[in-house]
Design a protein around this ligand. Sequence first.
Ligand SMILES: Nc1nc2c(ncn2[C@@H]2O[C@H](COP(=O)(O)OP(=O)(O)OP(=O)(O)O)[C@@H](O)[C@H]2O)c(=O)[nH]1
Ligand SMILES: [Mg+2]
Length: 440
Amino acid sequence: MSFRREAFVPRGGPDGGDGGRGGDVVVLCTASLRDLRALRHRRQFRAGNGAPGSSQQRHGSKGADLVLRVPPGTIFRGVDGDLAGREIELLRDGERQVLAKGGAGGRGNKRFANPKRQAPRFAERGLTGESGWVEVQLKLLADVGLVGLPNAGKSSLLRALTAAEPKVAPYPFTTLEPVLGVLERDHRQLVIADIPGLIEGASEGAGLGDQFLAHIERTNLLVHLVDLAPELSGAVEDPIEGIVAQLQTVERELAAYSPRLAGLPRLVALSKADLVDEERVAQATARLQGLGFDRERVVAISSATRQGLEELVRLIFASYSPPAAEPAEQAEPQPPATDLVAELIASGRPLTGDGGGGQKLQPKGAPEVTVERAEEGQFRLGGEAVELLARRFDLAQPEARAYVAGRLRRWGALGALKAAGWAPGEPVLVGDQPVAIGED
Ligand SMILES: Nc1nc2c(ncn2[C@@H]2O[C@H](COP(=O)(O)OP(=O)(O)OP(=O)(O)O)[C@@H](O)[C@H]2O)c(=O)[nH]1
Ligand SMILES: [Mg+2]
């Protein structure tokens, strides 16, 4: 609240500027990060306060946003307070979202001047921003997923390509949990996930279940391993048909689990090439071509002899394209909360009743005003618009009180109070603040 004071300008009028809105707590997906270390040593994160407005109609500046940088795959879940139920998942580099919104600033007294009220001696209060506890979780995120039936040779391949050392054994379900390895080439890095073997029904929870499919959901490239010698690990009538059957089983499970997985680019690695002859490789490749896997995407490999590994790595880097960064979402310009009050006020049509005794209904279109009894028997006015008014104005200021009382009357608070048994003169609470209805 401020009034213009200047020599030779008598009664300069109100000139208090608006307060700035509070800063937001913003979360930013940052591809160069791999863990949540940055959040570990602090428990409270608070954006800056808005600056108060001041004289000469100077508006206060907006509070500084607090930006929390987290790796792709981070999930924020609001637990309580204003953030209860809020869920934000960050996947792409540069993706930015508001986790907790700063509160709106209050209007300066200049804004409350009108021909009737030329020198308002009150101003609006700023609102508190959103707050609450948030759980932060980082999901395992691999760029490339190795898929295939149990025993196809996935873990052996990961060992051969990266420094990771998953267990390898000549029986199915050796790998029980996904293992990550980092593949490097020309200063580029890709994270490869060795996923436990998928069997028929995996998408419905069979075998090690669909929990592992969730791990490959975020990958952008699949390397599908198919054993070139299925006859060595089970009764297979025709090795080539056995190869095709393996491939199709896994493809069916992927498709049943998620259309995104089914649509991912993929390479087929025909594994254990050292166990078969050239002719087997040629036949299998030709057969896969017939099924729509073009020759450039099929490579025969052996983790034992390293045959084809260099070619596979080349293909992986050539086929991998990072998820397209979506254009930064333009934050929808939110109408400041001050406008909400104005809107609510504007929607309250003039009173049709006489204002006299008896049951007067609320005017049409006015925001809802509820009446309840407070602890000491006092009447308490509530409802969304009323609560907002109460937060917005300091009712210890006589003029603010009169302003609020005027609003409440227009919204039919008087009728609502009378209907609830209130008698003129009895104290009334607006929110938690006392106000005298009928005062001017
Ligand atoms: N000869 C030969 N054997 C291989 C090759 N790759 C894997 N194997 C063998 O195949 C068996 C299974 O290999 P793993 O790498 O454990 O297979 P996996 O796909 O990880 O199996 P699960 O973890 O059970 O899904 C092991 O006995 C490996 O030694 C290869 O290139 N050549
Ligand atoms: Mg394994």
